[in-house]
Design a protein around this ligand. Structure first.
Ligand code: KIV
Ligand code: ZN
Length: 389
């Protein structure tokens, strides 16, 4: 796919690489295989399965994921040196559709680490991308910390990588520093300026340090990026990466202003979110967009009443579209009489108006004492009103 395909955005999932780099999020071999299978089944275009040179375990996981993948491109990460790239190729070459992803930090701060000047780094990029391209015809290159790299130098190294054979150019906002308006502008200007930019796919890879990763990724798509790099639940270093479920559901829900499709079967989102939370040991915050426990839950009387009349009153997505069976009306002190009647009927209890009145008084008393009133509590109240009454 090239920049001329305006209506498809590729989803590149890096839960098993950048996500697993979160301190404490290490997954076992079997867990990685399971998550990779779920990602493949849900329609992720590219799975970044790990960093093969990092450890024997990472190598084995990437190799086995590559052997088992049915549809997705399987990608491994490699630093800008032949040893890393060869090891990466050894692992991913077992895939039907392999990709090598090689990177180097190009901003002044990152150039200082290997102590390379601009010329030396440019040469390193030329050599390593060519080396990767001689092994694999699908090569992704990333200038790490691109958003803090000098504009002229960024254009120069992107051009070198394209000439050396990169087929995808990823522009990482490694430290989550960029704002959406800059994100769109950067991609747009790169595509307009760098010779050969039309021949490759531009990707966006955002971190969430300022809570702007999703907005920055969508803005980059506006600017011309056609691959979003993301993780399930936004798992990732520090404040995490762009959350897959957020960008995918934003594209789906706001097709009116973001007319780009993905191949993701969104009904599989909730299951994979729960599995990633469990295997990584990183619980999802209750009010997290799309996959949080409360994302489709309503407690206030006004909201519950509205929901019972027309779900669109307070929901912009259908719970079934992300794999939930239904909206949850949480019974608590803010709930009204309509919600109690609906809950009773869901529990198979039919009551007359007088009993409902009595039950509602008792329910409010209980709700003042308890944060959440469960189905069992309501059934106990029904028994009590029947016995006392
Ligand atoms: O955030 C980053 O810059 C990365 C690169 C390795 C692509 O994860
Ligand atoms: Zn990253």
């Amino acid at each position: 796919m090239t920049q001329t395909d305006k209506d498809r955005v590729l989803i590149f999932d890096t839960t098993l690489r950048d996500g697993e780099q979160s301190p404490g999020a290490t997954m076992t071999h079997a867990e990685k295989l399971e998550i990779a299978e779920l990602l493949d089944e849900m329609g992720v275009d590219i799975i970044e399965a790990g960093f093969p040179v990092a450890s024997e375990g990472d190598f084995r996981a990437v190799k086995e994921i590559a052997e088992r993948a049915k549809q997705a491109v399987i990608c491994g990460l490699a630093r800008a040196n032949p040893t890393d790239i060869d090891r990466c190729w050894e692992a991913v070459r077992h895939a039907e559709r392999p990709r090598i992803h090689t990177f180097i930090g190009t901003s002044p701060l990152h150039r200082a680490i290997p102590n390379l000047d601009k010329e030396q780094m440019a040469e390193r990029i030329e050599h390593t991308v060519s080396h990767a391209r001689n092994l694999c015809d699908n090569v992704q290159w990333s200038p790490m910390d691109a958003t803090r790299t000098e504009w002229d130098y960024l254009c120069r190294v992107v051009e070198i990588a394209i000439k050396a054979g990169a087929t995808t150019i990823n522009i990482p906002d490694t430290v989550g520093y960029t704002a959406p308006v800059e994100s769109a502008d950067l991609i747009r200007r790169l595509i307009a300026t760098v010779p050969g930019a039309d021949e490759v796919v531009f990707a966006t890879h955002c971190h969430n340090d300022l809570g702007m990763a999703t907005a920055n990724s969508l803005a980059a798509v506006e600017g011309g990026a056609r691959q979003i790099e993301c993780t399930i639940n936004g798992l990732g270093e520090r404040a995490g990466n762009t959350a897959l479920e957020e960008v995918v559901m934003a594209l789906r829900t706001r097709g009116d202003i973001l007319p780009y499709d993905t191949r993701i079967d969104t009904r599989k989102i909730m299951h994979i979110s729960r599995r990633v939370a469990t295997v990584s040991g990183f619980p999802v915050q209750y009010n997290k967009a799309i996959v949080g426990k409360n994302a489709f839950a309503h407690e206030s009387g006004i909201h519950q009443d509205g929901m019972l009349k027309n779900a669109e009153t307070f929901e912009i997505m259908r719970p079934e579209d992300v794999g939930l069976s239904a909206t949850s009306l949480v019974m608590g002190k803010h709930s009204g009489r309509a919600a109690l009647r609906s809950k009773l009927s869901e529990l198979g209890v039919e009551v007359g108006d007088n009993q409902l009145k009595d039950l509602f008084v008792r329910f409010k008393e209980l709700a003042d004492r308890k944060k959440e009133v469960y189905d069992e509590d309501i059934l106990a109240l029904v028994t009590a009103t029947t016995t006392d009454g």
